[in-house]
Write a protein that binds this ligand. Structure first.
Ligand SMILES: Nc1nc2c(ncn2[C@@H]2O[C@H](COP(=O)(O)OP(=O)(O)OP(=O)(O)O)[C@@H](O)[C@H]2O)c(=O)[nH]1
Length: 322
C-alpha cells in the first residue's frame, strides 16, 4: 500500500496558514484531503474558517499546542485516521502559530507505526513579511519554524515595500539556506506546485533537533511558551461601532504583546456572522455565513498574547454590548 503524503504547515501567529490551507484545497481540487487543525486556545475558530471541505475531514486538536502536550493526541488521531479507513489521499497538518515543528516532524521520522503509513511530503513555513522582523526578536520559536522548513512562503508582501521585503529575505536566508523561498500575498500559490514535492530531507531535521536541544533546555517556559490565550463568549449582540473603536485602541496600545485576535461576532442589526481577525495592529472584518433562524447567536472572541490582563479585557468586552 502506498504511503499517505503529509504536508505540515507552520508559521507564527497570523502569518497566513489557514489562508494557505484554503488555497491548497481550492488549487488541488482533485485531491481528497484530511486536515488536522491544531489551534492554540480552547475554541477552535480556525476549523470554521476552512472552506470547501466537509467537516468530517477536519480533525481538531485543541486545548494545547501540538509540540508540547498534544503529541500523544496527534498519534491517536493518526491511528484513528488509518484504522477508520477514512477516505483521503493527502494529509495537511496546520500547527499552532507557537509550535516548534521539530517534535511533530520527529514523530513522522522516527515512530515506526506512523512511518509505515505516512510519508512527509514537505514542511511549509509561512513568514509574515510585515511582522516577522519584530516577532523574530521576541519569539525564538519563529526561528525554529523557519529553520526546519523546506518551503518558505514569504507572505503579506502587499504590506511592505521592496526594501523591507529584501531585509526580511536576508533574515530568512540566515536561518535557512536550503529552503525554496516563494513570495506571496494572501498565501496564494501562483504557479508554484507546493504538494507532492517530497522535498523533505529528514537528515536536516535531525541535525536541527540535536542542534537546538541544548539551547532549548530551561527555555521551554511553562504555560505554552509564555504566550497565553483567552476566550470571551457573549450571547447578547455587540455594537459594531464600540467594538471597532475598542479594538483599534486596544491593539495600538498593546501592539508588542497582543499577537492575535480572532472572533466570530454577533453584531446588533446584522444577519450574518462577522469574522474578525487581527494580527498585531492589522485588523480585518469579513462577512461570514448568515445566522439561521433557530440558531443560538453568540459572539466568540479569542485573544492571544503575553501578559493578558484577562479580568480587565473581559470587563472591556462586556461594555461592547449593544
Ligand atoms: N494584507 C494581507 N493580509 C493577509 C495576507 N495573508 C493573510 N492575511 C490576513 O491575515 C489574517 C491571518 O491569516 P490566517 O491565514 O488566519 O493566519 P494563520 O497563520 O492561520 O493564523 P493563526 O492560525 O491564528 O496563527 C487574516 O485576516 C488574513 O486574511 C496577506 O498576504 N496580506
Amino acid at each position: 500500500m502506498s504511503k499517505i503524503p503529509v504536508t505540515v504547515i507552520t508559521g507564527f501567529l497570523g502569518a497566513g496558514k489557514t489562508s494557505l490551507l484554503n488555497n491548497l484545497i481550492a488549487e488541488y481540487s482533485d485531491k481528497k484531503f484530511a486536515i488536522i487543525e491544531n489551534e492554540f486556545g480552547e475554541e477552535n475558530i480556525d476549523s470554521t474558517l476552512v472552506e470547501n471541505i466537509q467537516s468530517e475531514d477536519i480533525f481538531e486538536l485543541s486545548n494545547g499546542c501540538i509540540c508540547c502536550n498534544l503529541n500523544q493526541e496527534l498519534f491517536v488521531v493518526l491511528q484513528k485516521l488509518v484504522e477508520s479507513k477514512h477516505d483521503f489521499n493527502h494529509l495537511l497538518i496546520e500547527t499552532t502559530g507557537i509550535a516548534d515543528p521539530g517534535s511533530i516532524l520527529a514523530s513522522f521520522i522516527s515512530d515506526p507505526i506512523i512511518k509505515n503509513q505516512f510519508e512527509l511530503d514537505s514542511v511549509i513555513c509561512l513568514v509574515d513579511a510585515k511582522n516577522a522582523n519584530s516577532d523574530l526578536k521576541s519569539e525564538s520559536v519563529l526561528s525554529k519554524q523557519i529553520a526546519v522548513a523546506d518551503i518558505i512562503l514569504l507572505n503579506k508582501l502587499d504590506l511592505v515595500n521592496e526594501e523591507e521585503a529584501e531585509s526580511i529575505l536576508k533574515l530568512i536566508k540566515k536561518q535557512n539556506q536550503h529552503a525554496k523561498i516563494i513570495q506571496s500575498e494572501f498565501s496564494k500559490l501562483g504557479n508554484h506546485q507546493l504538494l507532492d514535492q517530497f522535498s523533505y530531507k529528514p537528515e536536516k531535521i535531525f541535525q536541527h533537533i540535536f542542534g537546538l536541544e541544548t539551547n532549548m533546555k530551561g527555555n521551554s517556559s511553562e504555560n505554552n511558551h509564555g504566550i497565553q490565550n483567552m476566550l470571551f463568549i457573549c450571547d447578547e449582540p455587540l455594537d459594531q461601532m464600540k467594538i471597532g473603536m475598542w479594538l483599534d485602541a486596544f491593539l495600538q496600545f498593546n501592539q508588542d504583546t497582543i499577537y492575535r485576535v480572532k472572533g466570530i461576532l454577533n453584531l446588533a442589526g446584522v444577519d450574518n456572522r462577522i469574522i474578525l481577525q487581527s494580527v498585531h495592529t492589522q485588523i480585518q472584518a469579513t462577512v461570514g455565513k448568515a445566522w439561521n433562524q433557530d440558531e443560538k447567536r453568540e459572539s466568540k472572541i479569542v485573544i492571544i498574547g503575553k501578559d493578558l490582563n484577562q479580568e480587565i479585557i473581559k470587563k472591556n468586552l462586556l461594555d461592547l454590548k449593544a
